[in-house]
Design a protein around this ligand. Structure first.
Ligand code: KDO
Length: 329
């Protein structure tokens, strides 16, 4: 009868309430990224998971989704904002779509090296700029990781010395305004394409080249279908380990600390390994038959910096920020 059923339900409720060992469900944290499994920012995710399990045993259920299988590249912030995704590694370019001030971090030849990057984001500038992302996007940035220094990687063998030599070169860029602007600023003809489609596009000649840090060129095997790497060093790129604000706000203080510390450990693993590997990879690519060389870096730097300063983007940059970034040591 209905009455008996109600009684049974109440009894179960009572018993459940009386069993102290009955723990709350672990908090699910799904991470979505286009990264491939052998790249360092993918390999750092199990480190995040293990560190979190160590400091908050049984409290989190971290699920890692690579290769853009859960959400397509660039759609992660919106997914987090809708409450459909808990975590992602987002770029300054993703953020700039909603917070134009952030386009400053998409500008070529501004951040000097990984050390400069860490100092900028771990200090006052980082605090201010992360707060903009929290306020305007409802996304909590946990930590900055070094994605590597981007270089131009071509399937053609014409030597590239200056931006003028890239005229007409179909250079694949990720699909957003700020990315395409970077390709244009380099002197190339930028074409938008998702990360997962680069290998085939290089193989078939749909594009002439792409730009990515050396460890990514190794992890994706782009060196198999390209002939040269021009060491333009045009962007000291970053990736931000981020949590949906709705997930962050549900955590208690201890859990927040655990998540922050796990993010820092993961990022350290990524940065240490990536920086070390960047120092070794030029020799590897040469052994694979590629030409690897420095172009006229002054010519690239001057051309790219002028393009940014003359652009609409620079008008959105917080006042005095370029000087503050330059002065960060
Ligand atoms: C890319 O698509 O070239 C890029 O390097 C852009 C980054 O912001 C980031 O999305 C990265 O791809 C992926 O994590 C794959 O490594």
């Amino acid at each position: 009868s209905r009455r008996a059923l109600m009684g049974a339900v109440a009894a179960i409720g009572l018993v459940a309430g009386m069993v102290p060992a009955l723990a709350a469900d672990p908090i699910k944290l799904r991470i979505s990224t286009p990264a491939v499994d052998s790249d360092w920012h993918a390999k750092m995710l199990p480190v995040f998971k293990q560190e979190l399990e160590k400091s908050a045993p049984g409290q989190f259920d971290v699920e890692i989704h690579l290769n853009g299988t859960l959400f397509k590249q660039g759609t992660e912030p919106a997914a987090m904002q809708r409450g459909n995704l808990e975590m992602a590694m987002i770029s300054a370019f993703d953020i700039a779509k909603q917070v134009p001030e952030w386009s400053i971090f998409t500008a070529g030849y501004l951040i000097r090296d990984p050390e400069h990057q860490a100092k900028v984001f771990d200090g006052e500038i980082g605090r201010e700029m992360y707060k903009l992302v929290e306020d305007k996007m409802g996304i909590k940035i946990l930590s900055v990781g070094y994605l590597g220094t981007r270089e131009v990687n071509l399937r053609t063998d014409k030597e590239i010395k200056t931006p003028a030599d890239l005229a007409g070169v179909k250079l694949r860029m990720p699909g957003s305004d700020t990315w395409l602007f970077l390709g244009k600023a380099l002197g190339a003809n930028p074409l938008p394409l998702a990360f997962g489609e680069i290998y085939t596009a290089l193989q078939t000649g749909a594009i002439d080249g792409q730009d990515n840090p050396l460890p990514t060129v190794r992890a994706t095997k782009f060196y198999e279908v390209t002939k040269q790497i021009v060491m333009t060093d045009h962007l000291v790129d970053s990736i931000f380990l981020a949590l949906a604000g709705s997930s962050w706000n549900k955590l208690d203080d201890k859990q927040k600390t655990a998540v922050m510390n796990a993010a820092k450990a993961a990022v350290k693993f990524n940065n240490d390994n990536r920086i070390k590997e960047e120092g070794e990879l030029q020799a590897f690519f040469k052994s694979q038959g590629l030409k690897v060389y420095k172009p006229d870096l002054d010519a690239f730097r001057t051309h790219v910096q002028k393009a940014y300063l003359d652009s609409e983007w620079s008008k959105t940059w917080p006042k005095g920020m370029v000087d503050r970034i330059n002065a960060t040591k």
